[in-house]
Design a protein around this ligand. Structure first.
Ligand code: URA
Ligand code: SF4
Length: 215
């Protein structure tokens, strides 16, 4: 049995801004995922962003680039941002889990994304909370159920609650931050047309709504 690991808490710096957090996260060993991944993929964007987007975990591309949403899912997200009138450079973009979890296909050496488990999401949550407590955005957009459940609890259901504005109340976040959940861009990518077109259109509807709450 793999020994359980302590979670990210003990790697958190006692104080400092987003750069200090990012630097500390580089050496995190709060769960097993640090072992096989290339590097910690921390959030990126302005430290005073009014809107934050939270994905699931870095993928193969992000594991190499070191930044969130730089691969295929990121390109779809960029296209969606453009159509919804959201300026990515003004947004803080991060993930619920900061290391890439994967299985290696022996046949071709390809690394296939593996969904992080509840234990890994919980282990990594202190980083996400610390990021949000530092950036203090007005709106957090959860991209997919993993991010939404990390922030809203395991009972959160994406299907019934997507596009709805919630109050986000957690450890230390005192200002009124709101949360809206929508689908993960990878969920759109997995579909084929015409379902993909429909899912993308619905994603834009949610993102426009998010943009409007910021206006
Ligand atoms: N999927 C995510 O959830 N996050 C990334 O950064 C890339 C793909
Ligand atoms: Fe630490 Fe999160 Fe990486 Fe696990 S996934 S080692 S908790 S940064």
């Amino acid at each position: 049995m793999t020994p359980s690991r302590p979670g990210a808490e003990r790697w958190l710096p006692p104080e400092g801004g987003i750069d200090r957090l990012r630097e500390a996260a580089e050496t995190c060993e709060g769960c097993e995922l640090f072992r096989d991944a290339t590097q910690t993929v921390f959030g990126s964007g302005p430290a005073d962003a009014r809107i934050a987007f939270v994905g699931e975990q870095p993928g193969d591309d992000e594991d190499r680039s070191g930044a969130p949403f730089t691969g295929p899912a990121g390109r779809l997200l960029d296209k969606a941002f453009e159509q919804a009138g959201i300026d990515r450079s003004a947004a803080y973009v991060t993930n619920a889990v900061k290391h890439f979890k994967f299985v290696r296909l022996q046949s071709e050496g390809r690394r296939i994304h593996k969904k992080p488990g509840r234990g890994e999401v919980t282990a990594c949550r202190p980083w996400l909370i610390a990021e949000l407590n530092t950036v203090r955005p007005e709106l957090v957009v959860a991209l997919g159920a993993t991010a939404a459940q990390s922030l809203m609890g395991p009972e959160f259901r994406l299907n019934s609650q997507r596009g709805v504005l919630h109050d986000l109340v957690f450890d230390g976040l005192t200002e009124s931050t709101r949360l809206m959940a929508t689908v993960h861009p990878s969920a759109v990518l997995r579909l084929r047309d015409p379902e993909r077109k429909d899912a993308f259109a619905q994603f834009i509807v949610d993102l426009r709504k998010a943009a409007e709450t910021m206006a």
